[in-house]
Design a protein around this ligand. Structure first.
Ligand code: F6P
Length: 359
């Protein structure tokens, strides 16, 4: 009998169910006796024995379903080694559940934070396989995580919709996109949606450059401008600050500006006198059905995950390299963030078509 548990951890995204389906279908097809336990609401389910034994039918009809059938939650890694409210050791609780269920492997679908905990559990002796999910695409060791392409579609569609109203009203529009500390989503959605200015954390922006790009458009008869700005975008001046100083500044500014786009909006309207509007699609970007690309990607990664389990090859994350599904060790993935390289091909290509990147 093969016994595994699955859990989804951190922010949800499209194609989580698809990836779990890929693992489950492969195991049911190739292994005579399989028990799959679903841990509810992320690592919490593993800690507090909140799980259910899943059946083959639970994995049918979920290919197109967004979110996660298991629920998810954030369990910050920085507090994972602190006792819980009852004074219990959270790691020991998780190990105990694993042992009590006589599991052969734990499958964790997660992003950056979740991988740190997965790696810790692996180091503590549990058999762990992970699958790379996040709309941010910032997970080290894989060219692509599932969720990313679906989120791009939604974000690009938002920019498409903004185009018509921006053109009608001759306004400057700022669309703020998710991505945490990285600019992958903003860069790809910005290019796909035809934004005029794209601002990402990896390339700190100068407000003077942004303002002059807007003025230049106006001078050439283009009455509107669309700016795609990443939620983590920073100005050149802010990039000189220490982490602590920036945190302090953000806290002070939060009373005035709810997020990066609002600050940018205020700076632009002061400098140009033009009407500025801000749109923040927020969690819409993580919602709804996975697109076709993510369905295929998550299935391929899920199948690879199941193959690793069948070969008892643990401590790994299936990943994408040059469109091939390969693997990388959890210790290599954990604790790193994959940023956009400022000299990457795509950045050069963005500049070639005249996109302003704020620098
Ligand atoms: O990591 C995915 C993500 O959507 C980020 O892009 C965003 O910064 C964050 O999660 C939002 O987190 P929450 O859902 O906890 O508000």
């Amino acid at each position: 009998m093969l016994r595994i548990a699955m859990l989804t951890s951190g922010g949800d995204c499209q194609a989580l169910n698809v990836a779990m389906r890929g693992v489950a279908k492969t195991l049911y097809k190739n292994v005579e006796e399989v028990e799959i336990y679903g841990m509810m609401d992320g690592y919490k389910g593993l800690m507090y024995k909140n799980y259910r034994l899943l059946e083959e039918k639970d994995f049918s009809g979920i290919l197109t379903q967004g979110g996660t059938i298991l629920g998810t939650s954030r369990t910050p890694f920085k507090t994972i080694e602190e006792p819980d409210a009852e004074g219990n050791n959270k790691i020991e609780l998780m190990i105990q559940t694993y042992k009590d269920l006589k599991l052969d492997c734990l499958v964790v679908l997660g992003g950056n934070g979740s991988h740190k905990t997965a790696n810790l559990l692996s180091q503590k002796g549990l058999n762990v396989i992970t699958l790379p999910k996040t709309i941010d695409n910032d997970l080290y060791g894989t060219d692509m995580s599932f969720g990313f392409q679906s989120a791009i579609d939604i974000a690009a569609n938002t920019i498409d919709c903004i185009h018509t109203t921006a053109a009608s009203h001759s306004r400057v529009f700022i669309v703020e996109l998710m991505g945490h500390k990285t600019g992958w989503l903003t860069l790809y959605a910005g290019m796909a949606g035809g934004a005029d200015i794209i601002l990402i954390p990896e390339i700190p922006y100068s407000i003077d450059v942004v303002v002059s790009a807007i003025k230049q458009r106006k001078e050439t008869g283009k009455k509107f401008t669309i700016i795609a700005v990443a939620e983590g975008a920073i100005t050149k001046e802010e990039s000189e600050l220490s982490k602590k100083e920036l945190k302090k500044l953000r806290l002070e500014e939060s009373k005035k500006y709810p997020s990066a786009a609002y600050k940018l909006g205020a700076l632009i309207s002061d400098a140009t006198g033009q009407e500025v509007r801000v749109t923040v699609p927020g969690h819409v970007q993580r919602g709804g059905q996975p697109n076709a690309y993510d369905r295929v990607l998550a299935t391929r990664l899920g199948v690879k995950g199941a193959e690793l389990i069948m070969k008892e090859n643990y401590g790994l994350m299936p990943c994408v390299r040059n469109n091939q599904i390969e693997t990388i060790s959890l210790s290599e993935v954990a604790g790193k963030t994959r940023m956009v390289e400022p000299d990457a091909d795509i950045i050069t290509q963005a500049r070639e078509i005249g996109l302003c990147l704020g620098d």
